[in-house]
Design a protein around this ligand. Structure first.
Ligand SMILES: Nc1nc2c(c(=O)[nH]1)N[C@H]1C(S)=C(S)[C@@H](COP(=O)(O)O)O[C@H]1N2
Ligand SMILES: [Mo]
Length: 410
């Protein structure tokens, strides 16, 4: 048995450390909700160096590694707690000294190639905290199971990125009037190692590409971007599926049509145009699917950790983050009685557009016993997180159901 397999078997048979039997007996947790994670795994010491040993390894070819939700407690996610989602293989040789970025495509007036030095010297630098959430975050909640990584709720991070605005480069190369989309190209290898194939090459409409927060970044939390996250250059686009934030960036094509790179086809990062029944087969054409754009409203309870034992009579301060794609979050509530009553939380403003918002709330439990804490965010347009798993879809995208944790008071 290889180690990845071992791990899966191990995860399947284990309970929650703090009060395993109580949770194991709870059918709702076992089937309906995905945030109750199996115990965590001492990471693969060498390959995953720089990552917390509490990270959950979904697979190693390609690397897909998730953060348990309690690990996302920091206001700005540190590198060791950031999930990794790779579609291909991390580039073997990264030649930083000769790294270039080429801007081309049908809708560019003057295609141009920039060195990293050009980018750093010739354009103004900006730093933003941006939420990057995998479109498939929460996929494990869907029944029947949707294909792809069975993410719990930890395929999200909000870290600080420094770089130049894509729109400043686009202004220099010139964008023709017929431009509709941009597509990125990265230097990671396709799993087949076929050099003619790209692992992933996605993009966004030109309007999203032109936003102030859309960066070509070389720094993450004030240091060089680590290899796993796209060293030495990355496109970062907050609020949309993180798959549009191209790592190991070597090219941007300005397109006169919707970009048609790898993982823009089939039902990748797409939702059915009209609701479908769970398990329904849907033809994989544009007639039936739309590309996911802004991500839906969502929140996490990052403290306490699920399974915590709380002393009776003691006030507990809960905390976490909330975000809503291109929108902001206007209200955050928690419930300790299965949604019968809700209490409004203190909610901070984002430090910048497209950053997550921190919330906290003090609660006291009336009597000792087993409790579930539910958290619900509402966006500025009034859409709230659903309390049960939302619309099933073939790709298992956009599960933004309320997160819930379990605690024991006594
Ligand atoms: N070049 C390249 N960029 C990529 C990917 C990839 O496999 N190759 N994965 C995408 C997907 S699907 C996600 S969710 C995010 C993950 O970013 P992270 O690994 O830094 O957390 O990167 C995106 N950018
Ligand atoms: Mo993703």
């Amino acid at each position: 048995m290889n180690s990845a397999l071992n791990r899966r078997v191990f995860l399947k048979h284990s309970g929650i450390a703090a009060f395993g039997t109580a949770l194991a007996g709870s059918k709702a947790f076992a089937t309906g909700f995905s945030n109750i994670q199996g115990p965590v795994f001492p990471g693969e010491a060498d390959a995953l160096k720089g990552k917390s040993t509490e990270m959950i390894v979904q697979g190693d070819k390609p690397w897909n590694v998730e953060s348990p939700v309690h690990l996302l407690d920091d206001r700005v996610t540190p590198v060791d707690k950031m999930f990794i989602r790779n579609n291909g293989l991390v580039p073997e040789k990264i030649d930083v000294a000769n790294w270039t970025l080429t801007i081309d495509g049908e809708s560019v007036t003057t295609p141009k190639t920039y060195t990293l030095e050009d980018l750093k010297k010739r354009f103004k630098h900006y730093t933003y905290q941006l939420v990057l959430e995998c479109g498939g975050n929460g996929r494990a909640g869907y029944q029947p199971q949707a294909s792809g990584n069975q993410w719990g709720q930890g395929a999200v991070h909000c870290s600080s990125w420094t770089g130049v605005r894509l729109k400043d480069l686009l202004a220099e190369v010139g964008v023709k009037g017929d431009a509709v989309y941009i597509g990125y190209h990265g230097k990671d290898q396709h799993l087949s190692k076929d050099p003619k194939k790209e692992a992933i090459s996605r993009g966004v409409p030109i309007s999203k590409a032109m936003e102030n927060e859309t960066l070509l970044a070389w720094e993450l939390n004030g240091k060089d971007i680590p290899e796993f996250h796209g060293y030495p250059l990355r496109l970062v686009i907050g609020g949309w599926p993180a798959s549009v934030s191209g790592k190991w960036l070597s090219g941007i094509s300005v397109r006169n049509k919707v970009h048609d790179g790898a993982k823009m086809d089939g039902h990748s990062y797409k939702m059915p145009r009209s609701p479908v029944a769970p398990g329904q087969d849907v033809p994989q054409t544009d007639q039936y699917f739309r590309i996911i754009e802004s991500m839906p409203v969502k929140s996490l309870i990052t403290y306490p950790k699920t399974g915590a034992m709380i002393a009776q009579g003691k006030e507990l301060t809960l905390r976490g983050h909330a975000w809503a794609g291109d929108l902001s979050v206007k209200k955050m509530e928690i419930s300790i009685d299965y949604g019968a009553t809700w209490k409004e939380c203190k909610l901070e403003k984002p430090v910048n557009r497209l950053a997550w918002q921190h919330w906290n709330a003090n609660i006291q439990f009336p009597v000792s016993g087993y409790y579930e804490i539910w958290a619900r965010a509402t966006d500025e347009k009034g859409s709230a997180q659903p309390m049960v798993i939302p619309a099933w879809n073939p790709g298992g995208y956009l599960n933004n159901a309320c997160e819930r944790i379990a605690v024991k008071v006594g």
